[in-house]
Design a protein around this ligand. Sequence first.
Ligand code: RP5
Length: 171
Amino acid sequence: MSEIDQPEAPDPQPEAPMAPQAPAATMPAVEEAFEEIDVDAPLVGIIMGSKNDKEKMQKAGEALQDAGIRYEVRVMSAHRDPEMVREYCTNARFRGLRVIIAGAGMSAALPGVAAAHSDLPVIGVPISGKNLGGMDALLSAVQMPPGVPVGCVAIDGAKNAGLLAVRIINS
Ligand code: RP5
């Protein structure tokens, strides 16, 4: 077919008007999230017994950030703030959370108490302290009685807690 015989290209369709876009929710940087800011639609709640646990728990946030999974961070102690822990964990599923990561040191009740107040998967992170190298927290988190499940990672294993939460959410 010569150039002269080419059929004419149809007129381009008028462009459809753009649908109004909701502003994309931005994901805060890890350091910002660990300032306990409010996050839009988090899927994972990272809770810990003390602000002093933040440095070790930040690795969980990094793993979630790398996977693009939104999370929030809150400090609450099972021993010092029992009512706050009850309220947070009881409402967690209703608020859209899918996994709770709970880090605590010493006699670490937080993962178990979280699992007692929520039917979401709870990943416990035993935090090493000044004494006993974290064995106290490890045993508190891992030796849960039947019926109150806590998935426990290694002492100071926050990175794996984050990676495990990613796998749970993507499964
Ligand atoms: C736990 O007791 C916390 O998770 C922390 O690891 C440990 C000590 O708390 P701080 O005295 O450092 O606040 O509740």
